[in-house]
Write a protein that binds this ligand. Structure first.
Ligand code: PLP
Length: 431
């Protein structure tokens, strides 16, 4: 039976009048799956509750930050305590120093960190720093990797592999993306060719070492190793965008997981425990080029905000003291053993892709894709009715076939059983 969402619908009608598309960030609008999103009133643990009072078992986790679950009591308490002492000072604080020490201690190869307020800002600043340090202009990204919405990174591949990119958004001048080259993931040949032709002009290569914004496109470790070696050879800075993978895969993110150490790393999501935080980090020799020590300008009124720092520090401390990454891996294994058989019996081919607490269902294939180009272009149409059937049964996956799911420490095996059963029923019903 369809859920009555009249209150959500009324709110969303009001939203569409005053917010473009009814939302503050595009994917929330359900454009990829159709329909109206539930308007959320509150959340706790694994449950989000909409304006009609319907509860959803949530596997979105605010798109990644909520690794401890919604409204974790220790995080809420740290936010309350910090905010009671003032919400912002525009001056150094002990809490930001403690969080910086924790980040430096956790992630391989970094000595200093600069806090900002979003992943977009972290990446934009890291790219500027790389250009300032190397004195070179070109940056390289991979198709299927998302690095936030700064102009130079909203780029689609050009027509040839080593041609400069084209804007993938209105409002981005072609001149801004001429300095960005887009390569396919998992293509060592294209990578070597580009470095041979242009290696000496490239400031930085940026990659999501665990690409998780266009499906979950797990890379062969050798690909990351070749990339590392080429960057070293041509003195190009390698930037790992760990906005999703940082502090989620483990204390040292994807760098630790693959044993490949970047020159700069960017963070967001988990590092802020659900508050607006981003960061970028590297060795002191690189970071000292940032203002005020160096000539690369970067600043922010609310950077290192004490309330956000408190949420981040509490989240990272709990993950460490409770060995959260081990528990998340156990949950991930359980997810694999639960969803694997469901998908094996699915009337259409589909396969679960998982790394730690990140998961994605690759629809219409028995092979896990490693590049954006390898994903079946019909997945969107296929996923939409499955998504809506799950939502109607109170289970929330992301509203797009290309978005990953997130497990949190609040999830239990019973929650995963429920996802498996609901998915099995939905597949029978809609296929
Ligand atoms: C890998 C990656 N980099 C950067 C960003 C941008 O972060 P934000 O949305 O906080 O600006 C995202 C956001 O999803 C991301 O997944």
């Amino acid at each position: 039976m369809a859920l009555t969402r009249n209150k959500s619908e009324q709110w969303f009608k009001r939203a569409e009048i005053v917010l473009p598309g009814g939302v503050s960030s595009p994917v929330r609008a359900f454009g990829a799956v159709g329909g109206t999103p539930p308007v959320i009133r509150w959340a706790k643990g694994t449950q989000v509750i909409d304006e009609n009072g319907h509860k959803y078992l949530d596997f979105v986790g605010s798109w990644g930050p909520l690794i401890l679950g919604h409204a974790h009591p220790a995080v809420v308490e740290s936010i309350q305590r910090a905010s009671a002492q003032g919400t912002s000072y525009g001056a150094p604080t002990s809490i930001e120093i403690k969080l910086a020490e924790e980040v430096v201690d956790s992630y391989p190869g970094i000595e200093q960190v600069r806090f900002v307020s979003s992943g977009t800002e972290a990446v934009m600043s890291a790219v500027r720093l790389a250009r300032g340090v190397t004195g070179r202009d070109i940056i390289v990204k991979f198709s299927g990797c998302y690095h936030g919405h700064s102009d130079g990174l909203l780029v689609a591949a050009g027509s040839g592999l080593t041609t400069f990119g084209k804007p993938s958004s209105d409002g981005v001048p072609e001149d801004f993306t001429r300095l960005t080259i887009v390569l396919p993931l998992d293509d060592t040949e294209a990578l070597l060719k580009l470095f041979k032709e242009k290696g000496d002009c490239i400031a930085a290569v940026i990659i999501e070492p665990v690409p998780a914004n266009n499906g979950l496109l797990l890379q062969r470790p050798q690909f990351l190793e070749v990339l590392r070696a080429q960057c070293t050879k041509y003195e190009v800075l390698l930037i790992f965008d760990e906005v999703i993978s940082g502090f989620r895969l483990g204390r040292g993110g994807a760098a630790e997981h693959y044993g490949v150490i970047p020159d700069l790393a960017t963070f967001g999501k988990v590092i802020g425990g659900g508050m607006p935080v981003g960061a970028f980090a590297g060795p002191e020799a690189t970071m000292k080029h940032l203002a005020p020590a160096g000539g690369v300008y970067q600043a922010g009124t609310l950077s290192g905000n004490p309330v956000a720092m408190a949420a981040g520090l509490t989240t990272l401390s709990l993950l460490k003291s409770e060995n959260g990454w081990h528990a998340l891996e156990q949950l991930g294994l359980y997810l694999e053993s639960t969803l694997g058989p469901v998908l094996a019996e699915s009337p259409m081919p589909a396969k679960l892709c998982r790394l730690g607490s990140l998961f994605w269902i690759a629809w219409l294939t028995n092979d896990l894709p490693r590049s954006a180009e390898a994903i079946n272009p019909n997945v969107g149409k296929t996923y939409s009715p499955i998504f809506h059937e799950l939502l109607a049964q109170g289970v929330a996956l992301a509203p797009s076939a290309y978005e990953v799911g997130f497990l949190s420490l609040a999830h239990t095996q019973q929650d995963i059983d429920r996802l498996g059963e609901t998915l099995a029923t939905a597949l029978k019903k809609v296929c």
